[in-house]
Design a protein around this ligand. Sequence first.
Ligand code: CP
Length: 340
Amino acid sequence: MYEYATCKGGLIMDLRGRDFLKLLDYTEEEILYLINVAMEFKRKKQTHEPHEYLRGKNIALIFEKDSTRTRCSFEVAAYDLGMHVTYLGPTGSQIGKKETIKDTARVLAGIYDGIEYRGFGQDIVEELAKYSKVPVWNGLTNEFHPTQMLADLMTTLENFGHLKGLKFVFMGDARNNVGNSLMIICSKLGLHFTCCAPEELFPNEELVEKCKEFARISGGSVTLTTDAMAGTKDADVLYTDVWVSMGEKDELWERRIKQLSPYQVNQKIIDNAKENVIFLHCLPSFHNIDTTIGKDVYEKFGVKEMEVTDEVFESSHSRVMEEAENRMHTIKAVIYETLK
Ligand code: CP
């Protein structure tokens, strides 16, 4: 039914014992394989077919930053696979305060079969993996958000039935974990990736060059532009993220609103894209003033909608809820394939 199933059908890959830290570490075939496994898990979930394949295994979830989707996805995926979970939040454990990452890695690896980490620098999750004898999964760092990407490309594949050749546009702060990771996955899978942002918020040049090389091999392309209309012309997928990421200072709001308002995903941008364009967002999203931060920003700067208008967010183009659900199926695929 889908590109992978028709091109690579039947191929089994052995990812046992692998970490999942960033997509730079995974090949095109491995990424497509994980998406394919996630689709099969989605089918099993929807048809209530039991799949407790990892009964008796235990995993630790380290969250140094807040989360709704990633935490819930790891927990439900683990429960569906028959596993047990320990959640270690921003407070309540010794991590980082009284205990080093190296010691934490060795202690947890002795108790658990796998470790998820959400936090700050990519170097932290890399260090955790270096000293852990069990797989480590990146649940978001400042630089990368690889589990999010699998859900994003799975949602795209479900909508179009193929990935190669699609024009995938990211609007906003393209230097952040989501912008970086989208550029990597799109260039590896043969999509035409366009980053639409002010030059100051373009991804770093070294990563861009690496992704251009991936694109040369996969048949895709990487384009950076400051021109919102040229960048979004005939887009198949429009994607955006919050203008100030977790861990960044609140003082940045005023500056980012000025910088990124021309890159808001609104009806004009939708009309400039292909007729059947889909809208994606990793969430949470500031598309109204019904949240504490949304209300606060409105009171300070008079902006009711930020990276996407409520009209687009709630429109028939929007696939954000399917995308959020796919977080669970794709995370389940990563856990299963690395631990089975
Ligand atoms: N998209 C995402 O990572 O959501 P959470 O921050 O809720 O996990």
